[in-house]
Design a protein around this ligand. Structure first.
Ligand SMILES: [Cu+2]
Length: 334
């Protein structure tokens, strides 16, 4: 895609704002599309922006001209007055109608391009919005993960979108349109990325206290890398042999973690919280509120509110030793 000067200027501004907001994570970028759907939306935005800019320059130019040209000067008289002009009336009715019609046609075309029909094909991926994280399930392979969607490059994937509690909204600006996740109603969305990379996604519908930390990432990989990832996700972790991790596994089973989470190979099989099977492989924690590493994981278990105030993960008031054991365990299930 060639870089447009408007696009570059706007991207600099957006990146600046984005950098303040999402330190450490890939930025929200609406002007750098990597799918045909997102490209159509960007084109519409830039097209309308150009029309608006021309109108703005024209109108403010005429206002400035009138102010300067017809200002009161010593000895000046009233300029010629126009009372009623069919020609002008016609012009300023026809021009806006023409512009609106143009924008309408552009918009209708964009809607078609940005929202391809679902057809009769079964969905590839189930994505469920929860307060405040995303459950992700690959319907063919059975892989379950959270807040991170892996896709093979260039392949269109059909997402079935649902919500577990309130309305959320699934949005990956570089890959396409926004679409609501509604309790009791299923929506469908095609997702495709034409360039490998990591693309940020957010919840775009206010859904409660931690709405702002309901981010996710789309990791686009070569077909081989994607298959390798999928195979690795399907591996069921073996119980650890190392004593600290073993103690962690015991705690995990005793502290009711199993009532909310899923961890393949254990009796934990719930979806009130994110799947933890291969948590250590994921890039971020708690919907992007922290980068995922053993240290932030320990902070999270010690006091979830310090990372994400108001989240639905309880504070178990664990001792440091308990936290270390749980972290050791969750790191071995990689
Ligand atoms: Cu949400």
């Amino acid at each position: 895609m060639t870089t447009h000067p408007t696009r570059t200027a706007l991207r600099l501004l957006f990146d600046f704002v984005g950098a303040i907001e999402v330190f450490n994570l890939s930025s929200i970028d609406t002007l750098n599309p990597v799918s045909p759907q997102a490209a159509a939306i960007t084109r519409l935005f830039l097209g309308v922006l150009v029309i608006l800019a021309v109108i703005f320059v024209l109108v403010s130019g005429l206002v400035v001209y009138a102010i300067v040209r017809y200002r009161e000067r010593p000895g000046s008289s009233m300029p010629r007055q126009l009372a009623g002009s069919r020609k002008l009336e016609f012009l300023w009715t026809a021009v806006p109608i023409g512009l609106l019609a143009t924008v309408f046609v552009f918009t209708a075309k964009t809607m078609r391009a940005a929202n391809p029909k679902k057809g009769t094909r079964p969905a590839d991926l189930l994505v469920v919005g929860h307060q405040w994280w995303w459950e992700v399930k690959y319907l063919k392979s059975g892989v379950i993960t959270a807040n991170e969607i892996h896709l093979p490059v260039g392949k269109a994937v059909l997402i079935q979108l649902e919500a577990a509690d309130v309305i959320h909204d699934f949005w990956v600006p570089q890959l396409g349109r926004k679409i609501d996740a509604i309790p009791g109603h299923t929506n469908y969305l095609w997702l495709r990325a034409d360039r490998p990379g990591v693309y940020s996604g957010i919840c775009a519908e206010f859904c409660g206290t931690e709405h702002a930390w309901m981010r996710f990432e789309v990791v686009v990989q070569s077909p081989e890398e994607f298959t390798a990832w999928e195979q690795a996700q399907l591996k069921i972790p073996q119980p650890p042999s190392e004593p600290e991790a073993l103690a962690g596994m015991k705690l995990f089973n005793e502290l009711t973690c199993v009532n909310c989470h899923r961890l393949a190979g254990t009796r934990a099989n719930q979806t009130a919280g994110p799947d933890l099977t291969h948590l250590a492989q994921r890039r971020m924690l708690a919907g992007g509120a922290a980068v995922n590493n053993p240290q932030t994981l320990a902070e999270w278990l010690k006091d979830p509110d310090r990372i994400k105030p108001g989240s639905n993960m309880p504070n178990f008031h664990l001792s440091d030793a308990q936290v270390r054991a749980l972290v050791a365990y969750l790191e071995t299930t990689k």
